[in-house]
Design a protein around this ligand. Sequence first.
Ligand code: TYM
Length: 369
Amino acid sequence: MIRPVILTGVRANNDIHIGNYFGAILPIVDMAKKHADEYDINLFIPDLHSFTTPIDHSQLYGSIMNNARVYAAAGLPLDDESIYLYRQSYVSAHSELTVILNNFVGFGEMERMTQFKDKSRKASRALTQGDAAEGTDGPARDRVSVGLFDYPVLMAADILLYNSTYVPVGDDQTQHLEITRDIAERMNRKFGNLFVVPKPVSEQHQFFGNEQGLRIKDLINPAKKMSKSDESGKGVIFLNDEPQAAYKKVMSATTDSLARINYDKENQPGIANLLEILALVRQDAGLDITLADIVDEFSGRERYGDFKKIVASEVADFLSRFQSRLAKIDDVAILAKLASSEAAMNIIANETLRRVQIAVGLRKDEDEA
Ligand code: TYM
């Protein structure tokens, strides 16, 4: 029997932060445990997406493995056979399908992607500053990579290769999900039923509940989400931060001048963010608690400093617990899981790729696979 597929990924990067962890990794691990009876769960490491903006390549392989360990430390059951954990670049069909899909996607469509606009602006600013230091020439924008431009098409290939129905991602990825649906529908109209079209975002939200909308904010600038690409790192709590360093970051978090705790995302975004973070770290500690409970507990209190100390010390405790779980992860088990999942994924992905190759005229139906 063919089981529906739930698929998601977090980019390989050593500096996974609590936004990725609580916003993506933990919900998918919980969801994997909950739904593995009925769904296939594809959890992958988009390693080819990791250098669409410049990185230190000597760290990449280590980051990829770290990413796999983080899933395990978050409680992913490695022995469950309906759960697959794999690396994108170990299934070459991802790259090949991207090259084919590129020809059915408009330049303008890609240029309108908000994430491309944001990241290319940032990358071009960073390059301009680098140019000044290194004395290189050429307009900085010329060196915003084509990889960054093409990011959503590779993402569409990631999703469509496995006939995925649900793709739990944060709302910053909504546009990418929508373009994936557009590409699938466009190809289906042109070539017949090639792809399973993932559910619309609203249905995904319904299916996954609240966690879908969860967005941890930057501690210094709570108007924007906590992000790996933040330049200073002061507003971001990384999973590998020293617990004491994280304590200090929380103590320096931006709040407001209202001097009264309320869960009001609009007018008190810093406080609202800290309340959310506190709920998450308490849940991680095994407490059966909701955000509403935390809001009840702290609403109306006036001393932000005392509140921050509580959040800071519970965040530090969370990091200590997490880091000791991570240190115990067995690399042999991780490598075995990756190898078996990648073997299985290559078979499925190559079947889809072959369907597409036949549709676009690169192969004939009766050719050997
Ligand atoms: P990445 O690594 O940028 O983000 C991974 C996931 O983390 C979510 N996220 C957050 N959630 C809550 N609070 C935050 N501050 C926060 N920051 C990030 C993101 O929404 C995302 O769900 N493009 C994907 C990776 C990818 C992918 C795919 C995902 C590549 N191919 C195919 C699903 C299916 C991404 O944003 O990675």
